[in-house]
Design a protein around this ligand. Structure first.
Ligand code: PMP
Length: 287
């Protein structure tokens, strides 16, 4: 089926949506993005993603190109036009396509941003087989730039990280800097010890996950404490359980780190409970 996508004010068949070769995202990765999950045709945590989008844009000296309500309207129209039940909406805003390649930012008055949104269907998004089995992660060096709090489209290293994990027979990689885990290639990283969830604190070193914020809020409901601090791979390896969070994986149990199985190598009860609470609460609040 040909999808309907959004490009700069128009809803088009995906085959007709064309972006200039001079677009700064194409030439310089000069753009930001968001991914919002859709469950039962409703948007999960839309406002969290809209707020972070504005934050990322402003950090790169760009403005929000439209109001929150207009953005919501586009998301909803894409869900409707594509009959999307479960999956996600990808959104990207770039600094636009000036006439020439130039390191200097173009004038926003004469160079409008490029705004793209499209849907991806994933019928088993919530009922994912991976969540029942858990995932294996390996550690890799974190060699990314210093503003990981900006959700920029500069994703080459995370993409290489997934390939490094794959080459070792794992599902994903946790990145390590100065001896401490920063985050997963496309998710935040946690372990559970003695009923406490431990995860790195917020700074420019990691993306401020929208799912992370929700899960930490729901920890109390799961009768767990939260501690935000640096941790090592060795500490996580000796934990009771571990997990990752992201908009499209929700809470995903981790069952092995660098080849060392956690517990008995199957998803633990507390990560499973957190996933259940996250899905219940987020679906109730979905719009
Ligand atoms: N960290 C990184 C590096 C990511 O790419 C993502 C997902 N895009 C996350 C964390 C999780 O963020 P969210 O929960 O908002 O999807």
């Amino acid at each position: 089926m040909t999808r309907t996508v959004y490009l700069n004010g128009d809803y088009l068949p995906e085959t007709e949506a064309k972006v200039s070769i001079f677009d700064r995202a194409f030439l310089m990765a000069d753009g930001v993005y968001e991914v919002t999950s859709v469950l039962d045709s409703k948007l999960i945590d839309f406002d969290g993603h809209a707020k972070r989008l504005k934050r990322s844009l402003n950090a790169l000296h760009m403005d929000m190109p439209m109001t929150r309500d207009d953005l919501l309207g586009i998301h909803r129209e894409l869900v409707r036009a594509n009959d999307l039940e479960n999956g996600m909406i990808y959104l990207q805003i770039t600094r636009g396509a000036p006439g020439d390649r130039d390191f200097v930012f173009p004038d926003p008055e004469t160079c409008p941003q490029t705004v793209v949104l499209f849907t991806q269907s994933k019928p088993d998004l919530a009922d994912s087989p991976a969540a029942k089995k858990g995932i294996k992660v390996v550690s890799i060096d974190d060699i990314r730039w210093g503003r990981r709090d900006i959700k920029s489209v500069q994703l080459l290293y995370p993409s290489m990280g997934k390939m490094m994990a794959k080459a070792q027979g794992a599902d994903d990689a946790w990145m390590v800097e100065d001896g401490f885990v920063t985050e997963g290639t496309s998710n935040n990283a946690y372990f559970i010890k003695d009923n406490k969830i431990i995860t790195r604190g917020l700074s420019n070193d990691i993306l401020h996950g929208i799912t992370r914020a929700a899960v930490l809020r729901f920890a109390a409901e799961a009768q767990m404490d939260v501690e935000e601090r640096n941790f090592t791979i060795e500490e996580a390896q000796s934990a009771d359980e571990a997990f990752i969070t992201s908009a499209t994986t929700f809470v995903m149990p981790v069952v092995a780190i660098d080849g060392k199985a956690l517990g008995n190598g199957t998803p633990g009860p507390r990560a499973a409970r957190l996933r259940e609470i996250y899905l219940d609460e987020s679906c109730k609040a979905a719009i």
